[in-house]
Design a protein around this ligand. Structure first.
Ligand code: 4NP
Length: 170
């Protein structure tokens, strides 16, 4: 029996990760998720990208502290910051906001009937303890970047399991 959302033989599911500046959290989420997708042998089934709700850092590479932290975990972030647009809401199957502020910003941009595809990253965190935000590490110390890495790594792993089940990918 096939799931009602079976994606076998269809185009990849497109996932967009969104934060504020698109230089710390969401490009890291994109890079970690790409590695997890590769490890799960799902490169043909899942595509991901990232963007920010602000235009503060458009065209910039990842924050050096975020890039260094990722590198310590064997992950290279390859991304130039860009702003989330209304067109992205139409093009992507799932939009994953890093915190409640990013979430509310996106909701304010788009028609209510599209909200079904919008989530907060920590809805998928098995250790969220009720916290719904991936903390913004930009104004903090190095430790904040490691905390963000750990939150994203476990949340994304759980999110990939959700996608596999929801879209019958395996
Ligand atoms: P991000 O972090 O949203 O995770 O990329 C931030 C980056 C820049 C700023 C704030 C947060 N900023 O205010 O410039």
């Amino acid at each position: 029996m096939q799931s009602k959302k079976s994606h076998l033989n269809k185009r990849p599911i497109k996932v967009m990760f969104v934060c504020l500046g698109n230089i710390c959290r969401s490009p890291l989420a994109e890079a970690i998720f790409k590695k997890q997708i590769q490890q799960a042998d799902l490169m043909d089934s899942v595509f991901c990208d990232s963007s920010g709700v602000s235009s503060y850092h458009v065209g910039s590479g990842p924050d050096k502290r975020s890039a260094a932290n990722a590198r310590n975990h064997g992950i290279e972030i390859v991304h130039k910051a860009r702003q989330f647009t209304i067109q992205d809401f139409k093009e992507f199957d799932q939009i994953i906001a890093m915190d409640s502020s990013n979430f509310e910003h996106i909701v304010s941009m788009e028609n209510k009937d599209q909200e079904f595809k919008l989530f907060r990253m920590r809805e998928f965190d098995p250790k969220s303890n009720g916290k719904l935000d991936v903390p913004d590490p930009y104004f903090g110390g190095e430790g904040g970047f490691e905390e963000v890495f750990q939150i994203l790594d476990r949340s994304l792993s759980n999110y990939l399991d959700y996608l596999i089940e929801e879209y019958h990918l395996k």
